[in-house]
Design a protein around this ligand. Structure first.
Ligand code: 5GP
Ligand code: ZN
Length: 114
């Protein structure tokens, strides 16, 4: 757990451009943005993947999506629309094993995703 990049950003040991935080959630800008607005929304609690979610984490997921609505309005992407994405496991391209939602906005998106 000590070697988790996102735990280090949450603790402040690694610099992150934090744009939102509350008692359970932290959000910071992605270091390699794939859209004009690209924010990672993470729980303070270390959870490696979506499959590691426990019964007691259900409220936390609501906290994350509530943070997403706050951010969408705050960052001016709520009217045009935005995307919230979670990659689970290697086949989906997950590269950091601390659960995180990508919030992408500021451009249009195609479907299905690549
Ligand atoms: P994943 O591929 O796991 O769904 O997403 C991981 C994301 O973390 C990638 O979009 C990547 O650009 C981002 N990332 C990797 N290292 C850092 C870092 O040190 N700081 C920040 N802010 N984002 C990072
Ligand atoms: Zn972690």
């Amino acid at each position: 757990m000590n070697s988790c990049l996102f735990c280090s950003i949450i603790k402040g040991d690694v610099k992150g451009d934090i744009v939102y935080q509350d008692e359970s959630v932290v959000a910071f800008r992605d270091i390699h943005p794939k859209a004009p607005v690209h924010i990672l929304i993470v729980p303070r609690k270390h959870i490696a993947t979506l499959l590691d979610l426990e019964q007691g984490d259900k409220g936390l997921m609501g906290d994350i999506f509530y943070a997403a609505t706050r951010l969408a309005k705050d960052k001016g992407i709520s009217e045009d629309g935005f995307r919230v994405v979670l990659n689970c496991g290697p086949g989906a391209g997950q590269s950091v094993y601390h659960i995180h939602f990508h919030m992408l906005g500021g451009r249009s998106f195609s479907w299905p995703p690549g």
